[in-house]
Design a protein around this ligand. Structure first.
Ligand SMILES: [Zn+2]
Length: 80
């Protein structure tokens, strides 16, 4: 006589948790804009690394991801 006790842990997977990620297409297309058949650069380029190295927009300043150069935005007083 033996008690046959089997405990099978049931793992209930929580369903319904679906993380929705916003797809933000970041690429070369977000850096350029075409205006009047002219390519306009939306980001400044790094002064150290030269043209071709864009700087990241950090709100009030731009930083270069390559050399770490930081340049603060020059806000014209007219837009106040
Ligand atoms: Zn740089």
């Amino acid at each position: 006589m033996s008690e046959n006790v089997e405990e099978k842990p049931r793992e209930e997977k929580e369903k319904g948790k679906t993380e929705k990620r916003k797809k933000e297409e970041k690429g070369i297309f977000s850096l350029y804009k075409i205006e009047n058949n002219q390519v306009v650069r939306l980001r400044p380029t790094c002064e150290r690394c030269g043209p071709g190295y864009f700087m990241a927009d950090h709100g009030d300043r731009y930083t270069c991801g390559r050399c770490g150069f930081t340049r603060y935005k020059q806000i014209p007083e007219d837009t106040k």
